[in-house]
Design a protein around this ligand. Structure first.
Ligand code: ATP
Ligand code: MG
Length: 270
């Protein structure tokens, strides 16, 4: 049996002074399938991603990444582990005044000795890696362009190249296409799929549009109020499931309607 790459056991999280953001989450994730997280706003999707990359320590429970229990090891070990997890953000999070190439090189910082990283003295191998990655995402011609002059789609591709520069085993993409037009969004999603399929890097993306989910996901995990309410293959994600997920409270209305009609029948029969 293939060893699951990531395991979450009884994860609960409560922000200080806040509601419960994650409620008893148990999941096993493998690198072999494109995994998509869905769920209404406030469901806990971003929190789950922060738990996965060790930025948030859950109130209780354990996260294992390749047999390292990242929720219980010292902060220094978490930092070392985090270097191999690439993050892709909705708002790209590039350093605006730096070139595309320099932004990609930032992905190498965690692997350099402190003095070198302070001076941003990148090795020749790092520069070649970064240039190769810009080529891969189709931006070799823009290597020296300032990040804030690139289009949104181009910025996100730089963001992905930066994540790849970490030579990650996992990429977490939190709403990677929410700020993009449909065509750029398609380019970014195709790229993420290619990374998962060709490089065998696990990709977990959090998406809002079900159309995109249906086009790219292999496995779908749905969160609602911090709990997993669906976990299965894309084919199993029926309309009834998604309706319940997003309109659960409203879906309760027919019940009232039928109660009302029963009441009418009762009144009429009097
Ligand atoms: N730093 C924080 N401090 C306190 N509460 C927080 C913090 N971050 C998130 N929360 C709360 O935790 C819950 C889950 O938030 P989270 O951002 O994980 O949801 P989400 O599913 O990513 O939503 P969205 O789709 O809107 O991005 C929400 O109730 C939110 O208000
Ligand atoms: Mg979020």
């Amino acid at each position: 049996m293939v060893q699951p790459f990531i395991r979450l056991e009884h994860i609960n999280h409560q922000y200080s002074g806040g509601n419960k953001a994650l409620v008893d989450i148990n999941l096993s994730l493998s690198a072999e399938e494109f995994t998509v997280l869905i769920g209404p706003s406030g469901a806990g999707k971003s929190t789950l991603m922060r738990v996965l990359n060790g930025l948030v320590r859950p109130t209780s429970g354990t996260v294992w990444i390749e047999n390292v229990p990242i929720t219980v090891v010292p902060e220094r070990t978490v930092r070392l582990e985090r270097r191999r997890i690439g993050m892709v953000f909705q708002q790209f999070n590039l350093v605006r005044r730096l070139s595309a190439l320099e932004n990609v090189l930032l992905g190498r910082l965690g692997f350099m000795p402190t003095w070198q990283s302070t001076l941003k003295r990148y090795s020749r191998a790092d520069r070649e890696l970064a240039m190769g990655l810009l080529e891969r995402v189709g931006l070799a011609d823009h290597a020296w362009q300032r990040a804030d002059t690139l289009s949104g789609g181009q910025q996100q591709r730089v963001g992905i190249a930066r994540a790849l520069a970490q030579q990650p085993r996992l990429i977490l993409a939190d709403e990677p296409i929410s700020a993009l037009d449909p065509k750029s969004a398609e380019g970014v999603m195709d790229l993420l799929r290619d990374i998962q399929e060709r490089d065998g890097i696990a990709v977990i993306a959090n998406l809002h549009f079900l159309e995109t989910v249906r086009e790219y996901a292999a496995r779908v995990i749905a969160l609602k109020k911090g709990a997993v309410v669906f976990d299965g293959r894309l084919e199993e994600l029926t309309e009834a499931v998604t309706r319940e997920l997003y309109y659960g409270e409203k879906a309760a209305q027919p019940q009232y309607a039928s109660q009302a009609s029963e009441l009418n029948v009762a009144l009429e029969s009097r």
